[in-house]
Each structure stands twice: as structure tokens, then as C-alpha cells.
Design a protein around this ligand. Structure first.
Ligand SMILES: [Zn+2]
Length: 453
């Protein structure tokens, strides 16, 4: 198995710490709002990694954490706590917010056929572990105290910034207007933040340094090493984590244990919408449930992701999603009643591709090569089902027929009309959809289609 290691910027042969076993830690969601398809992209990528190791015969111990405290709106340890912000916005307690969006995340995993991780620890259930880790870092001389918290002194770690090729001098120049003047270096970050004196926080804990809450980065070092050991195999995350979050995790590992906690660091690129990373301003912030309400199967989105390499990302569009759903259903149409032997030549080819840093676009080409091959139908189907252990496309599922493509196309046309504020056209299309037996309801940016009963 070869994987691309961000640490060395090259593909490396994977050597597990324990034979036939692999420990994987993936940075999990901050549970303060509904996860959108861009958030879920990473978890599909890492699910393919987990399934690949299982397929190759490894025992996989994978951890995805739940961030339910301490993630501030700015990476520079300032701004509001995302959880408290979500709480104010929705009029729920932070604990209710955390529970609500943790559940939504779990539902998303199910919809996208992502296997439940081995462990899914919450940051708030590991406050003591985080305090213990900060104490260790403190005892090793890497911390200092300011009026608002305990900080990691990055100048004490000579290799800080090496992982992300950060230019620390430039950082210093750029930080002339430093928000926190007590910080010794612009790259220093909070391990523990004190509760504000003028405001009561909903989540706060006693610590040796005073009442407060952990910084965002410390939870990942605390929970990854608790469940996987002080040194483990693979740490994954989005490429946006490289310069701050993972750089700081590496510094914390060094501060506490004297070494990098993970042997391999893997990072996924992003999905884009109209050529840009999806966001409030560019759009494309659909949730998996939005796609479902528009009549698409969530696994069509998974199929779309499988057609890209995790380090390249994908361009999302409804058009691409439609094509993906058609392709997925076409694959399912190869289903036969009985399946026989898996074709070993194709299987070997499959193993070579997944073992090459998850070469999924090539894998999908192979899937179609098998589908269109001269193999006997039952051998073909057995081979496709075997591949599906990694693909996770639920190929065995019956083809869905509930909303016809014609209706979906009209709904898409209507959506464009609405974007252009062409209300007459939008109403005309609604009537046309009605004639086909379906109702359209508008919900904010999306619309719901359901059969007239
Ligand atoms: Zn993390």
C-alpha cells in the first residue's frame, strides 16, 4: 500500500506500527450547524481509505472526533466560540446544539454509506485528558500564561512551520496589528482559554490555571493519543488544516512526547462550486438532505466523489450529480440473481489501483471495464460486488424510480428561472410538473418535489 504523506510531500510505502493493523485518526466535525456536502466530502474520502485497508486484510482502528467545544470563529484564538454562537442563533443550550448536530452528522454518515468509526469521542468527554496533556507540555517548558489563557510558545519548537512550509518571518511582518499583544510570537496558540470575566460561558471547566475551556487543537492530540497511542499510523484531515490545526497538533505532540504523533499525514482537497470552494458567497452549500429533497440519491454524490482523486477535489454541480446518478443506476442494472466466482485478473488490477494512494478515478474506469467486459453475467456481478466493499455504493440495491428524470429536469429549469426572477416562467414550469403528477415546494434556496397523492 502506497500513500501520499504530507510530511515528506511524497508517496511512501505504508509500514504499519503493528502488523496487519492500522490506526487512523480523522479530524471530525464541529457540531454547531448542519454539515454540508463540502464537509462530508472528506469523510467519504477517508471511508474509502478505511475500506481499502479492510479489503487488504488489515484490522482498522479508526477514530473520528466530535468537536463540541473550543473551536473559535477565527483560527487565531479569537472571535466567538462556534458552539456558543450556534446556541445564541437557535435559542438552544450549547449542549442541545451539540447533540442536535452530532445526530445530523451521524445521519449523514448513514446516507453516504460511511462505515461507523471504531471510536467517535467527544471533546467535552475528554476535558481531563486535555488538561493532563497541557500539564505535560507545561512541564516540558513549552507554555506561558497571558491574561486570557495558557499559550504554546512556538519559538521553543525549532521545526514549527516546517510541516506546512510556513514562512515565520513573513508571519511576523504580517502580524504587526496583533489582536493579542501578549502573545510572544504570532504563531503561538492557546492550549487553555480563561472564561471571560464579563460573560458567563455555558461550557466551562475548572483547571489548574483557572476556570475556562480548552483551545481547539489540544483535543485532537489528546484523543488521538488516548485511543491510538503516543505514536500512531495515519492522521487525516482537509488540506486547510495543514497551516494551523495540524501544524499546531504536531507542535503539541512534540511538546508533550518529544515527537510527531503520526507517521503519515494525509489531506484531502475540496469540492468546488462554479470553480470556487463552496461557501456562503459562491453558493453550493447543499446538505445531503437538500439533495435528497430534490430527488437525488445521496449515494449518487458518493459516486461523484469516487470519480475524483482525494488530493484533487471535485467540481460539484447538479448536472454532474445527475450524470452520477444515471451511471450508478446503470451499474446496478448489471445485477443478476446469482453471483459466482470473482474474476481474479480484474481483482488483481483493482488491488493494485486502490493500493496506489487510492487511485479512484482509475478504479472507476476499471469498474466500467468489468461492467462492459465479456465476463459471464454472474461472474461480472460477483466481481462488481467484491469491488463494492471498497466503493460503498450499495450496488445490490434496487434501482430507485420514484422521481422521473423529466420532472427533475423541469425542476432544475424552474430553479434557473427563479434565480433570474422570471416568475411567469417559474409558474408555468410548476404547472407542467403538476401535469406529470408532482408538486414543487420552495424551501429557501432549494425546492422539494413530491408526488401528488
Ligand atoms: Zn483535529
Amino acid at each position: 500500500m502506497k500513500i501520499y504523506n504530507t510530511k515528506t510531500r511524497q508517496k511512501e510505502e505504508f509500514k504499519p506500527i503493528s502488523e496487519n493493523e492500522v490506526g487512523i485518526y480523522s479530524c471530525g466535525p464541529t457540531v454547531y450547524s448542519s454539515p454540508h456536502i463540502g464537509n462530508m466530502y472528506a469523510y467519504v474520502c477517508w471511508d474509502v481509505l478505511v475500506r481499502t485497508f479492510k479489503y487488504l486484510g488489515y484490522k482498522v482502528n479508526n477514530v473520528i472526533n466530535i468537536t463540541d467545544v473550543g473551536h473559535l470563529t477565527s483560527d487565531a484564538d479569537s472571535g466567538e466560540d462556534k458552539m456558543e454562537k450556534g446556541s445564541k442563533k437557535e435559542g438552544l443550550t450549547v449542549w442541545e446544539i451539540a447533540k442536535k448536530y452530532e445526530n445530523e452528522f451521524l445521519e449523514n454518515l448513514k446516507e453516504l454509506n460511511i462505515e461507523m468509526p471504531w471510536k467517535m469521542p467527544r471533546a467535552t468527554d475528554h476535558i481531563q485528558e486535555q488538561i493532563d496533556l497541557i500539564k505535560k507540555i507545561e512541564n516540558n517548558g513549552f507554555t506561558y500564561k497571558t491574561s486570557d489563557g495558557i499559550y504554546f510558545d512556538t519559538s521553543k519548537f525549532a521545526d514549527y512551520g516546517k510541516f506546512a512550509n510556513l514562512n515565520l518571518e513573513k508571519l511576523k511582518e504580517g502580524a504587526r496589528v496583533e489582536i493579542n499583544e501578549e502573545k510572544k510570537n504570532p504563531s503561538d496558540f492557546a492550549l487553555w482559554k480563561f472564561s471571560p470575566t464579563d460573560e458567563k460561558r455555558q461550557m466551562e471547566w475548572k483547571s489548574p490555571w483557572g476556570m475556562g475551556f480548552p483551545g481547539w487543537h489540544i483535543e485532537c492530540t489528546a484523543m488521538s493519543t488516548k485511543y491510538l497511542g503516543e505514536t500512531f499510523d495515519i492522521h487525516t484531515g482537509g488540506e486547510d488544516h495543514i497551516p494551523v490545526h495540524h501544524t499546531n497538533e504536531i507542535a503539541q505532540g512534540y511538546g508533550a512526547f518529544g515527537h510527531n504523533t503520526a507517521h503519515y499525514w494525509m489531506h484531502n482537497a475540496f469540492i468546488t462550486f462554479k470553480g470556487e470552494k463552496i461557501s456562503k458567497s459562491t453558493g453550493g452549500l447543499f446538505t445531503v438532505f437538500d439533495l435528497k429533497e430534490m430527488g437525488y440519491e445521496p449515494l449518487a454524490y458518493r459516486y461523484m466523489i469516487l470519480n475524483s482523486h482525494y488530493r484533487n477535489g471535485i467540481e460539484f454541480s447538479i448536472e454532474n450529480l445527475k450524470t452520477a446518478e444515471m451511471a450508478l443506476n446503470k451499474l446496478r442494472s448489471y445485477k443478476v440473481e446469482s453471483s459466482s466466482n470473482i474474476n481474479q485478473i480484474f481483482r488483481q488490477e483493482f488491488i493494485e489501483l486502490i493500493s496506489n494512494d487510492l487511485a479512484m478515478p482509475e478504479v472507476m474506469a476499471l469498474v466500467w471495464k468489468v461492467a462492459k467486459s465479456d465476463l459471464k453475467p454472474d461472474e461480472k456481478w460477483a466481481t462488481l460486488l467484491d469491488f463494492d466493499r471498497v466503493l460503498g455504493l450499495d450496488l445490490d440495491k434496487e434501482i430507485r424510480k420514484d422521481i422521473p428524470k423529466e420532472v427533475l429536469d423541469l425542476a432544475e429549469e424552474r430553479k434557473n428561472a427563479r434565480v433570474n426572477k422570471n416568475w411567469t416562467e417559474s409558474d408555468r414550469l410548476r404547472e407542467e410538473i403538476k401535469k406529470l403528477g408532482f408538486l414543487v415546494e420552495d424551501l429557501g434556496n432549494t425546492c422539494k418535489i413530491r408526488p401528488i397523492t
